[in-house]
Design a protein around this ligand. Structure first.
Ligand SMILES: [Zn+2]
Length: 280
């Protein structure tokens, strides 16, 4: 499933090909995604220009300017979510679509932004005019790589909370992007037992945890950057990547740090692997 690093890698991978470009054609082969593709997608996109791509949590934001961008704000913004199995890659005009290639956005430079999604849990939709009013974005916690996300924030939000620290960290209202893999890895790096009550973790340990979350996500994004060429057609699947992991998926194997056998438990309905030796 595309996580925050894959979405950020996608943003960086496709941006050089489509930013500043005029849209010349829109092809919707399958409109029935998680949310139906808007009826006015082609009408509003063709002739408009694509602005500077942004990302919020796992949403890719594509600003659309009906006149050439002059530093002003976008006239509209497309919100693109990759769901469980979606990917956006760059094809060239003339490249034949494959099965499950549902949407094409063709730009004047001859490239095609092509959306592929076998399970169709992803979607493309217009964002509310005021981002703060968009129901999909309004409740989200801070971006993990921003200064707003730090140990003080985690400490303050966790006081008196009995929920275990791992599901607490995976809550989108606390921070976005700490999916199961990254939460497990960050807790290992910070030496925190995932079962510990969120309200019983000290400020110093939350400082370490916030840094660990930033570190694992930044490493995943950096690693994704090495596969950016895969975003252009003819080079296979897009740049989703397997990171070197310390605990996730390694239950029953020895801890790379202390040699103890890694344990697997269920927390908040999610499998959680941790080291009983290193995490307290
Ligand atoms: Zn260990």
């Amino acid at each position: 499933m595309p996580e925050l690093p894959e979405v950020e890698t996608t943003r960086r991978g496709i941006a050089p090909y489509i930013e500043g470009q005029e849209v010349t054609e829109v092809l919707v082969r399958q409109p029935r995604l998680r949310v139906p593709v808007p009826d006015d997608l082609a009408e509003r996109l063709v002739g408009a220009r694509i602005g500077v791509l942004k990302r919020r949590a796992k949403y890719l934001q594509i600003p659309i300017h009906s006149t050439p961008p002059s530093g002003g704000s976008a006239d509209a913004t497309l919100l693109w979510h990759l769901g469980m199995s979606g990917s956006l890659r760059i094809a060239q005009v003339g490249d034949l679509p494959k099965k499950h290639d549902h949407v094409d956005v063709v730009t004047a430079n001859g490239y095609v932004l092509r959306y592929h999604d076998p399970r169709r849990f992803g979607f493309v939709d217009w964002q509310a005019e005021d981002e703060a009013q968009d129901k999909r974005l309004a409740h989200l916690g801070p971006e993990p790589l921003s200064d707003a996300f730090n140990g003080k924030w985690l400490y303050t939000r966790s006081r008196n909370k009995r929920v275990a620290v791992k599901p607490f960290l995976m809550d989108n209202q606390i921070v976005v992007g700490a999916g199961n893999i990254y939460a497990a890895e960050a807790l290992f790096m910070a030496g925190i037992d995932p079962r510990r009550a969120a309200g019983r973790v000290s400020r110093a340990r939350y400082d370490a945890l916030a840094l660990a979350v930033k570190e694992v996500l930044a490493a995943a994004i950096t690693q994704g950057g090495t596969t950016l060429r895969d975003f252009v057609s003819g080079q296979g699947e897009p740049g989703y990547f397997a990171q070197r992991l310390n605990v996730y998926g390694r239950h029953g194997q020895p801890c790379l740090r202390c040699g103890a056998e890694l344990r697997r438990i269920t927390l908040g309905q999610r499998a959680s692997v941790f080291c009983p030796g290193c995490q307290r």
